[in-house]
Design a protein around this ligand. Structure first.
Ligand code: GLU
Length: 413
């Protein structure tokens, strides 16, 4: 029988592995293994048919020892409290790995935005915001986009929050449209950050981008930008996929053309000059880099032994289960974990928040230079930690992050 997947147990397992390796104080373990608080709300909205539908929503605060809580909001039919708890914990580590002064939070609403009208999404977002009004704030908890939420959703949250406070507080959410305090470069930041990690990983392995192949699973905001950025670096993108399936061409795909095809048709599937491939087969292709850029639980104990990639760069949060990771580490696959590899998004969210709080906005090249510097430094910090503790990169990233959070807790005591 297939084991049901619980992302929070997975996050706790990863945490406890690192905590053991670094001999973390038991009191700190007890504090950090659970979120500090969790809010569960019911969100009634009138649908276009006139019927009232009630949606379940969550916001979880994992830890704020290093700064205000920070993390995205996900709209997806499979959202659960356990998933949001895991994602909130990963945000705590992510912010600490890249050294930005935030704690970890996450939100989610169980809904299918693909089947909702714009009016319904707006009503849902505004009602969800009202129910979270005392849980968020620019110095308390700052939401951002995540799976199936975008800058428009952030604009509604900001507007609703400001109706309540009577002020124009830009820094209550990040990932906003440029017209209302958004930052240059935020939209592409997660994909760019992932590419910096891949670039440094190739340097670490003394591999040249022009002799490197990559496979990207997921072609949303993150996947397609990562594909385009890696392509610009000279990496050959041999396969990409979205929720409808994948495409493969061993001679290489042009991600810009794939994206414009997807814009027109709604999927990468059917792209001319490429073979159709299932998502499952795509993960098993012979490639240097494999970047899962969609959801959790994609690389599992069932497919890990068939994976032929040398490097896994986790664009998604939680794509590799601990059982799969054990199998992959035995095969010497290098896994650059989510809490490092997809941190580019929250790094530019931090820049957005700083700009909002200062009321002074930066140019795109400044954003890119600062993002590059932070991601590169974080990468080598993790590599150094892995060498010091003779461990894998995920555990090394956790040790680095946990030390920072534990230090903050101790100093505040
Ligand atoms: N949702 C993104 C993540 O998982 C971004 C979070 C943020 O910018 O606060 O990292």
């Amino acid at each position: 029988m297939k084991k049901t997947f619980n992302p929070f147990l997975m996050a706790q397992e990863q945490f406890l592995k690192a905590a053991k390796k670094m001999n973390l104080d038991e009191n700190i373990i007890n504090i950090l293994k659970e979120p500090q608080e969790a809010l569960e709300v019911s969100i009634p909205i009138k649908t276009d048919s006139g019927k009232v539908k009630v949606f379940k929503g969550y916001r979880v605060h994992h830890n704020n020892a290093r700064g205000p809580y920070k993390g995205g909001i996900r709209y997806h039919p499979n959202v659960t409290l356990e998933e949001v708890k895991a994602l909130a914990m990963w945000m705590t580590w992510k912010c600490a790995v890249v050294g930005i002064p935030f704690g970890g939070a996450k939100g989610g609403v169980v809904c299918n935005p693909k089947q909702m009208s714009r009016r319904e999404k707006e009503a849902l977002t505004r009602e969800y915001t009202r129910r979270m009004i005392n849980f968020i704030g620019p110095l308390k908890d700052i939401p951002a986009p995540d799976v199936y939420t975008d800058s428009q959703v952030m604009a509604w949250i900001m507007d609703e929050y400001n109706k309540y406070t009577g002020n124009t507080t830009l820094g209550v959410v990040t990932g906003k449209p440029l017209a209302i305090g958004g930052s240059e470069g935020r939209h592409a930041s997660t994909g760019k950050g992932l590419t910096v990690v891949v670039q440094e990983a190739l340097k670490y392995l003394e591999m040249k981008p022009e002799n490197t192949t990559a496979v990207i699973q997921g072609y949303g905001n993150l996947g397609h930008i990562a594909a385009e950025e890696m392509y610009k670096m000279g990496i050959k993108i041999i396969a990409v996929s979205d929720s409808k399936g994948g495409i493969y061409n061993p001679k290489g795909l042009n991600p810009l053309k794939v994206e414009s095809f997807k814009q027109k048709t709604g999927s990468v599937v059917g792209f001319p000059d490429a073979k159709k491939i299932t998502n499952e087969k795509l993960l098993q292709l012979k490639t240097d880099v494999l970047a899962p850029c969609a959801l959790e639980n994609v690389i599992t104990s069932e497919n890990a032994s068939k994976i032929k990639a040398k490097i896994i760069a986790e664009g998604a949060n939680g794509p590799t289960t601990p059982e799969a990771e054990k199998i992959l580490l035995k095969k010497n696959v290098l896994i650059f974990p989510d809490i490092l590899a997809n941190a580019g998004g929250v790094v530019v969210s931090y820049f957005e928040w700083v700009q909002d709080m200062q009321g002074y906005f930066w140019e795109l090249d400044e954003i890119h230079a600062k993002l590059d510097k932070i991601m590169t430094k974080a990468f080598w910090n993790v590599v150094d930690m892995a060498e010091k503790h003779k461990t894998d990169f995920r555990t090394a990233a956790y040790i680095f992050a946990i030390q920072k959070v534990a230090e903050a807790i101790e100093k505040r005591e």
